[in-house]
Structure formats: structure tokens, C-alpha cells
Design a protein. Structure first.
Length: 478
């Protein structure tokens, strides 16, 4: 009997994720079932719990997780949404539990549950996702380490070059490298070093500034509505927006937002007076009864920036970029976390289809571009209408589209059908073409079916909470 030929040992496969951000954690969750190990390279230390993480300045401003993104995270890391809610996050049905003053008027609080927001501090959201992903023994983190270059050639990336905190440099091979390093991504430069021309880039900057502060809420935040008073770019004057988002531990996360000529400052004494300049006083009225817990955090980093990697004629195997590394949005629209999650799902879908075979990277990059395109059109489609915006001016087609969207928003103040279609798109659960369905077009032509509200409408339970706290608000619709 002849001896069996010796077996060739299977080579271990590795994915490297650049960045331990939310996008990086979700990328690790997307690839962990297709490789033996996933190593996350993080320039800083990662906190154990819901604490601030270096490199995430936007965490000081309010964050919402759209239902399209929340569903994607739950798909990638089952149980995460439940963990968030158990830790104090709120599930906010749109527009059932929202007080929204749009440029076209107050939205009604339509009863529905299919489109929603998860509201929590960014630190809590990051912590819960990180904890869930790192439970898997195949996923590890290498902190205090920077990626300085890609290894390989213009045809295939084979790993990354690392620099430790002490300056030591080493090479780490990988079957797949995922750039999730955010706004500071160096992938365009790294591609250039491999001989690949840089991608087309768009930068649309409305000049918006954010001032944010956390307050102790005077009422219970469980089930408390999100409040949003929006600017009206059609008025030809600097825009002012403000909102209150209920987060964990009985707190409100408050952000005040203004374009050049109406930008808020970091001065605590000016925070509540600025809120008084919004198109409606509800935010200022509520803040006058709340206790500030933090100083004011200010940022001007609100530019929309996008790299069109999917259009490059040459793209190396073994490399994928997602999250803010591909497109970073004005935070006012709440797209960042959800687009990262949808991008990670797109990557996993391509891995399920073709594995680590040739063609994966280009297919994945094109799939990742689809949720980016929707969020980009929503964000830029608003920002280009401010007179101070740099990078692109609104053309005739943009103005026509804005008139249609304004008509939809006006109709949505008194039409359940149109309000549902709009939130379906705004939460990234359906493409923008959903707003062109015949039934939506017909409803927009007819207009709102109910008269406009005179002011924000609180429920009986909310009015009772306000009364118990000794809060009387003028102009509240009953």
C-alpha cells in the first residue's frame, strides 16, 4: 500500500484594518468570517468603556444613528442595538417622537415605527460596538501604532508598513487591507507611492460651525422627543439651526449650528442667547430650565469631502477603503456612522460572493460607493444652497431639485404618505428614487392634506412631565 502524499499546510489568512474607529470595528466585523485573523492598527489607545477617544473631535457634537445604519450594524454585530438601549440609548421613531421645525413648517408626529433614530453619546455608541466586535478572539488591536505606507505594487497590496510609538518600523503582511482611518486618511498619497494616480475629489464647504454642550435634563429623557429647529437657506441670510437630542444618563446633548455671519462661539455665556436667535424659541425655552454639565465645544470641521475611488481605472487587489476614508459629510445630517455601517455590509456581501479572489477589491469599492452616493446627494444637495458655500454653486438643475424637495417637505407637514417616503430616504433605507414614485409625485402635486401646525405639539405625557418640573412653555400646540 503506497503512502499518501504529504498535505500542504494551509496558509493562514489575515486582514488588516487601519483605524480603530466605529468604521474600523464594523470593517473587522464584516471580514472576520473570511480570514483567520483580523488586526486593527490604531494610532492611539482605545478606552475600556464609554470614554472619549483621541482623534474623534466630532464626538463632542450630537450624533444620531439612522435606522438604515442601525439595521446594518445589527446585521453585522447581532445584539448591538439591544446593548445600546440597555445602556441608556433611546430608540426614537421618526417622526412620531420628534419635534421638527423645517423650513416649510412643523412636521406632524405621525404614528409609525419603521423609520427611527438611535440617540446616544458617540462615546457610548463607539464603546458598545467596540466591545461587541472585540469579543471575537479572531479580532485584535495593535494600539499606539501608525500605518506609514502600503506594501506591494500597483496591482496588489500585500500589507502595510508600521511605525510603533518608539519609532521602530516593521512590515505586516495581509491578504486584505481596509482603510477605515477617517478624515485623516492617507490612501490617496499611498496610492501615488504605488504609481496609481490619485482619485477625483470633491470638497463642498458651507462654512458651518458647531457649538455643543451637554445638559442635565429637567425631565426624564426616556421617550423624550428629539427637537430640531432647522435653518431656511431660501431666506438669503445666514442660517441658524439647533437641536436637543436625549442621550443616556438623563442628559440632553445640545448643538447650535450656524453658517458664516451667524456662527456660534465657544463662550458659555453666549450659548443660550444664541439658541434664542433660532427660527423658534423652543430650544432656548427648554435650556433655560436645564443644568449645563460641560463647557461649550466648538468645531469648524464640517466640510463635505469625497474621494471617487470607484472611478479609478486602476485599483489594486487587496485594498478597500470605507467610512470617512471615502466620504466625510457635514455632521448636521447625521450620515457618517450609518454610511460606514452600510459600507461594511457592502464589503461583507462581496466577500460572501467572491471571497478573497481577484476582483474583490474593485467590486467592493463600487458597492461601498452606493450608500455614499445617496448620503452625498442629501448633504451636498442642501449645503450648496447657502451663499457662503465653497466648492460648488447651485445650478439650474440643483435649484429645480430644491424646489421639488421643498414641495415634498411642505406636503409632508400634512401628508403621512409623503412624510413616510421622505424619512425612508433620509434614514438611508431606500434610494432617492423612492421620492419619484408615482404615488409620491401625485401627493406632492396635491399638497398637504391637513392644515399646518402653529407650533410644536407635545403629547399629554410630555406636557405632564413639563408641568411636574414646573416648566411652562408659551405657544405650545395642544
Amino acid at each position: 500500500m503506497s503512502a499518501s502524499p504529504p498535505r500542504t499546510p494551509r496558509l493562514s489568512t489575515r486582514a488588516v484594518v487601519v483605524g480603530g474607529s466605529l468604521a474600523g470595528m464594523l470593517a473587522a466585523a464584516a471580514v472576520k468570517d473570511f480570514v483567520d485573523t483580523v488586526e486593527i492598527i490604531e494610532a492611539h489607545d482605545l478606552p475600556e468603556g464609554p470614554e472619549s477617544r483621541p482623534g474623534v473631535p466630532q464626538a463632542a457634537h450630537f450624533h444620531v444613528l439612522l435606522s438604515g445604519g442601525a439595521n446594518a450594524i445589527e446585521d453585522l454585530v447581532p445584539g448591538t442595538v439591544g446593548e445600546l438601549l440597555s445602556a441608556g440609548a433611546n430608540r426614537v421613531p421618526m417622526t412620531t417622537n420628534m419635534l421638527i421645525y423645517s423650513p416649510e413648517g412643523w412636521y406632524r408626529r405621525w404614528e409609525r415605527d419603521s423609520h427611527y433614530l438611535i440617540t446616544a453619546s458617540r462615546d457610548l455608541t463607539d464603546s458598545i460596538v467596540r466591545g461587541q466586535v472585540l469579543k471575537d478572539p479572531r479580532v485584535s488591536v495593535r494600539p499606539h501604532t501608525k500605518v506609514t505606507a502600503l506594501l506591494g505594487s500597483s496591482r496588489r497590496v500585500t500589507g502595510v508598513r508600521l511605525r510603533a510609538a518608539d519609532g521602530t518600523e516593521t512590515d505586516l503582511t495581509a491578504d486584505l487591507v481596509i482603510d477605515a482611518s477617517g478624515r485623516a486618511s492617507r490612501t490617496p498619497q499611498w496610492l501615488g507611492e504605488l504609481g496609481i494616480p490619485g482619485p477625483a475629489e470633491d470638497r463642498i464647504d458651507s462654512g458651518i460651525a458647531y457649538a455643543s454642550r451637554i445638559y442635565r435634563a429637567p425631565v426624564s429623557t426616556r421617550g423624550w422627543p428629539v427637537i430640531n429647529v432647522q435653518a431656511d437657506p431660501r431666506r438669503g441670510e445666514p442660517g441658524r439651526t439647533g437641536g436637543i437630542v436625549p442621550i443616556e444618563d438623563g442628559r440632553w446633548h445640545v448643538s447650535l449650528i450656524g453658517t458664516p455671519g451667524a456662527q456660534p462661539t465657544r463662550e458659555a455665556a453666549e450659548f443660550e442667547p444664541y439658541a434664542r436667535t433660532l427660527r423658534h424659541p423652543i430650544v432656548a425655552d427648554l435650556l433655560s430650565h436645564a443644568e449645563p454639565l460641560t463647557d461649550v465645544a466648538l468645531t469648524h470641521s464640517t466640510v463635505n469631502r469625497r474621494y471617487y475611488y470607484e472611478r479609478l481605472k486602476s485599483w489594486p487587489e487587496g485594498l478597500v477603503a470605507l467610512g470617512d476614508s471615502v466620504a466625510a459629510f457635514n455632521p448636521i445630517y447625521g450620515h457618517g456612522m450609518s454610511v460606514a455601517a452600510l459600507g461594511a455590509v457592502a464589503l461583507r456581501t462581496q466577500l460572501t460572493s467572491v471571497g478573497l479572489a481577484d476582483g474583490l477589491s474593485r467590486k467592493a469599492q463600487r458597492a461601498i460607493a452606493r450608500p455614499v452616493e445617496l448620503a452625498w446627494s442629501l448633504a451636498v444637495g442642501q449645503d450648496i444652497h447657502y451663499e457662503t458655500t465653497k466648492g460648488r454653486n447651485a445650478g439650474a438643475a440643483d435649484r429645480l431639485l430644491q424646489r421639488y424637495v421643498s414641495r415634498l417637505s411642505h406636503t409632508a407637514t400634512g401628508s403621512y404618505h409623503v412624510a413616510t417616503a421622505m424619512t425612508e430616504v433620509l434614514t438611508l433605507q431606500s434610494p432617492g428614487t423612492a421620492l419619484l414614485r408615482p404615488s409620491v409625485l401625485a401627493a406632492a402635486a396635491i399638497g398637504p392634506l391637513r392644515p399646518q401646525l402653529d407650533g410644536p405639539t407635545f403629547t399629554a405625557g410630555e406636557r405632564e412631565l413639563l408641568a411636574e418640573a414646573g416648566i411652562s412653555l408659551p405657544g405650545i400646540a395642544q
